[in-house]
Design a binder for this molecule. Structure first.
Ligand SMILES: O=C[C@H](O)[C@H](O)[C@H](O)COP(=O)(O)O
Length: 220
């Protein structure tokens, strides 16, 4: 099976976690694109979706799924999203597509985070995938210096602007054995909007697709 077929398998398995009659939290990325396509098949059984990016919003609307503004919503039963890496404690690196800030906001108001991944995303230690950091443009050099002091090598994502009008620094060379501490530490750097570690609020369920099938793993 190709990696894309595995992503699709994980995405379709997430339909079992969608609560009928509810508004579904929807992430961003190539795995989530398969989920959106799958969700279209049950659009008459959900109220609609809250989206984490302009790209996901467009795809949801193209399928006739109503997209609600998160600000008017107190709580969502389920948020479905992919990850760039996920460790054994269900902490994740996200933001490879640059959607990390809105993803973290939608995840924060969701009762359950269902992570959909192909098996290549599961790692022992986070950090081989460069950690994305969304940064206010005027703070770029300051934030980069602070990240170097933490032992990372930040590189500007050239030619990329987030949905919020900010920049992304991708931090190479980190070995993240304590993701909760690093997430909180990076959040304290002035000028950082969001960092791509989802550890304080990690995934609750992981649907991990391998050639043998989709394995469901629950957070302890
Ligand atoms: O900003 C993008 C998101 O965090 C994605 O969830 C992540 O990059 C995984 O994307 P994909 O499903 O395309 O591998």
């Amino acid at each position: 099976m190709t990696q894309d077929e595995l992503k699709k398998a994980a995405a379709y398995a997430a339909l079992d976690h969608v609560v009928e009659g509810s508004i579904v939290g929807v992430g961003t990325g190539s795995t989530v694109n398969h989920f959106i396509d799958a969700l279209a098949g049950m659009r008459d059984r959900i109220r609609g979706a809250v989206s984490s990016s302009e790209a996901s919003t467009q795809r949801l609307r193209a399928h006739g799924i109503e997209v609600f503004d998160l600000d008017g919503i107190e709580s969502l039963p389920v948020y479905v999203d992919g990850a760039d890496e996920i460790d054994g404690g269900f902490a994740m690196i996200k933001g490879g597509g640059g959607a990390l800030t809105r993803e973290k906001i939608v995840a924060a108001v969701s009762e359950r985070f269902v992570c959909i991944c192909d098996a290549s995303k599961k790692v022992e230690v986070l950090g081989r995938f460069p950690l994305p950091i969304e940064v206010i443009p005027m703070a770029r050099s300051h934030v980069a210096r602070e990240l170097r002091a933490l032992g990372g090598e930040p590189r500007l994502r050239e030619g990329f602007v987030t949905d919020n009008g900010n920049l992304i620094l991708d931090v190479h060379g980190l070995s993240i054995t304590d993701p909760v501490t690093i997430e909180m530490r990076i959040n304290q750097i002035v000028g950082v909007v969001t960092n791509g570690l989802f550890a304080v609020r990690g995934a609750d369920v992981l649907l991990l697709a391998a050639p043998g099938g989709v394995q469901r793993l629950d957070a302890r």
